[in-house]
Design a binder for this molecule. Structure first.
Ligand SMILES: Nc1ncnc2c1ncn2[C@@H]1O[C@H](COP(=O)(O)OP(=O)(O)O)[C@@H](O)[C@H]1O
Ligand SMILES: [Mg+2]
Length: 319
């Protein structure tokens, strides 16, 4: 249940007077200084908090005027991300808000828990927070297999035009233009802050995004394809050269029928890195199709060289 009153509740349908927004609103990229605030609510996190009730009571009621496809995308993203705060963050409160900026709906959800990258790093014994981001971007990553599927962030980030997570001193952004990471040096609030925005005129639908990652050749319309931004495997300006870096990229590919490697932002890869992905992995897993996009000429050359070294016909290619 959503509390109706008390110090944590503030659902005034548009003014947000009882919440100190100056402390939080900077998470949303608000350059206008006067965002069109739709609603803001701070809630106590507990297992009893129901994400769909929060969405309907405090946000959806103010967004009925949006086109259906945008309303559905907003409802999906908001409930997935709020559910994550409830089920995974271990925090005590969450602040959620919705703005209209320019022609876009911006939704933001900030909890005060452990921070998503730290949670994943600890659970999967990963080397660092960046590695957690690489794994997260592949999808099907969950720390609670019994109750979750690991799809929420993957699909939400692909439905919105811009998707941003700030946690554990790292900012991760996903948009159609690509993925990037920033280190956030100054002291930041604890927890996980997610913001996502979509242009009100966008024609994208939730179905279209689910279909994009399902296998059309099978009746099984589940999540079977993924799209991996290879740039997330790189540390700083280092080139991707080693077999161990390739193995990081390749980990958990067995859970998919098709993987699209996106080489945006990568100028060059080393021969061992290419060989591990396009020959060694392929020989061991011929049923998994590996395709690639946005490869530079020199990346393509390395890939072709590795494919030429494969003993059997390649089951992959450039899209
Ligand atoms: N707010 C959060 N705080 C801490 N960890 C989080 C948070 N949101 C997501 N996570 C971690 O990221 C994983 C992936 O989230 P998601 O894609 O929504 O999948 P799922 O919820 O099905 O596990 C979760 O299993 C959890 O470990
Ligand atoms: Mg989830």
């Amino acid at each position: 249940m959503v509390p109706d009153n008390g110090p944590l509740a503030d659902a005034d349908g548009g003014k947000g007077a009882a919440v100190d927004r100056t402390a939080d609103v900077r998470i949303v990229s608000d350059e206008s200084g006067e965002p069109g605030l739709i609603a803001v609510v701070r809630l106590s996190l507990s297992d009893k908090l129901a994400e769909d009730e929060v969405w309907q009571e405090h946000f959806d009621v103010h967004l009925k005027w949006l086109p259906d496809n945008i309303q559905r995308i907003c409802g999906y993203g908001f409930t997935e991300i709020l559910n994550n705060a409830i089920d995974h963050s271990g925090g005590s409160t969450v602040l959620c808000w919705a703005n209209i900026e320019a022609n876009a709906v911006v939704l933001a959800i900030a909890d005060d828990g452990i921070g998503i990258f730290e949670k994943l790093k600890l659970h999967f014994a990963l080397d660092d927070h960046r590695h957690a981001i690489l794994e997260l971007s592949k999808g099907k990553l969950t720390t609670d297999k019994a109750r979750h599927t690991g799809e929420g962030i993957f699909f939400t980030s692909r439905m919105f035009d811009d998707f941003f997570i700030l946690a554990n001193h790292l900012g991760f952004s996903h948009s159609a233009d690509g993925d990037w990471l920033i280190e956030v040096k100054p002291k930041e609030d604890p927890g996980t802050h997610v913001s996502m925005s979509i242009d009100i005129g966008s024609k994208r639908t939730t179905k279209e995004v689910f279909d994009m990652f399902a296998d059309p050749s099978s009746d099984d319309l589940t999540f079977s394809k993924t799209h991996v931004p290879v740039v997330l495997a790189r540390h700083g300006s280092n080139e991707l050269i080693s077999r161990s870096e390739a193995k990081r990229v390749l980990s958990r590919f067995e859970g998919f029928k098709e993987v699209l490697l996106d080489f945006a932002g990568i100028e060059w890869i080393g021969p061992a890195f290419a060989d591990e992905i396009f020959r060694v992995f392929h020989l061991a897993n011929p049923e998994i199709r590996i395709a690639y996009v946005r490869a530079s000429e020199s990346v393509k050359q390395m890939i072709d060289r590795a494919i030429a070294g494969a003993a059997c016909p390649p089951n992959r290619g450039e899209l």
